[in-house]
Design a protein around this ligand. Structure first.
Ligand SMILES: [Fe+2]
Ligand SMILES: [Fe+2]
Length: 199
């Protein structure tokens, strides 16, 4: 599924700092996303974004929430309007005058699909976490212990197996790492350490 957005400008810079409350975001998710696995995916990516913003970027709480919000909403339209992914959520957030950086991050979470280049750190880390989060979660589901005791080498072995989580595009993972200037091992270890906390 691929929708070229054919735009490079998103939102309005005058809306910088405008966010939804956590309650408003959860309301939107509950209205739009009936698929629990998809909701969990967005919560997982959101948590990784929040933790990365706090621990690696040393951002304040308001900025951490902006990163988290981008994660929570990046696939919000996928469940009901896959052919409009991610135009629908972008237009919704623009109509609500939401911070342009959050909208841009959502618009660039799949540069090969939507035709929007990740530019900011928020853009790049959303792209990094998106597919790797899913692969690590798929691995947790096949382990009796789930995330407990999960090792980096186990995840890397699965990553090399093309048939495992075959819908996770390995080329895109490498592309995302390069763009963000981060190391695969460090990102996988970060996901292993954090993602099991999301239920
Ligand atoms: Fe997506
Ligand atoms: Fe996603």
């Amino acid at each position: 599924m691929s929708l070229q957005l054919n735009r490079t400008e998103f939102g309005n810079t005058a809306n910088a700092g405008n966010v939804l409350s956590k309650e408003e975001v959860m309301q939107l998710l509950n209205d739009w996303v009936k698929n629990e696995r998809l909701q969990l995916h967005m919560k997982q990516v959101a948590y990784l974004m929040k933790c990365w913003a706090a621990e690696k970027e040393q951002l304040n709480e308001a900025d951490q929430w902006r990163w988290e919000m981008a994660g929570l909403l990046h696939d919000a339209d996928w469940d009901q309007w896959p052919e409009q992914h991610c135009r629908k959520i972008i237009e919704e957030l623009e109509a609500r005058n939401i911070d342009a950086e959050i909208i841009r991050a959502i618009a660039s979470h799949g540069p090969n699909h939507f035709g929007v280049e990740p530019v900011t750190k928020m853009d790049k880390m959303l792209y990094v976490f998106d597919e790797l989060s899913g692969l690590v979660h798929a691995y947790s589901l096949m382990r009796p212990e789930g995330y407990a005791g999960m090792e980096l080498k186990g995840v890397k072995k699965r990553l090399k197996e093309k048939s495992f989580a075959a819908n996770v595009n390995r080329d895109e993972i490498n592309d995302a790492m390069q763009r963000a200037g981060v190391e695969l091992d460090a990102i996988i270890s970060f996901i292993i350490a954090k993602q099991g906390e999301v239920v």
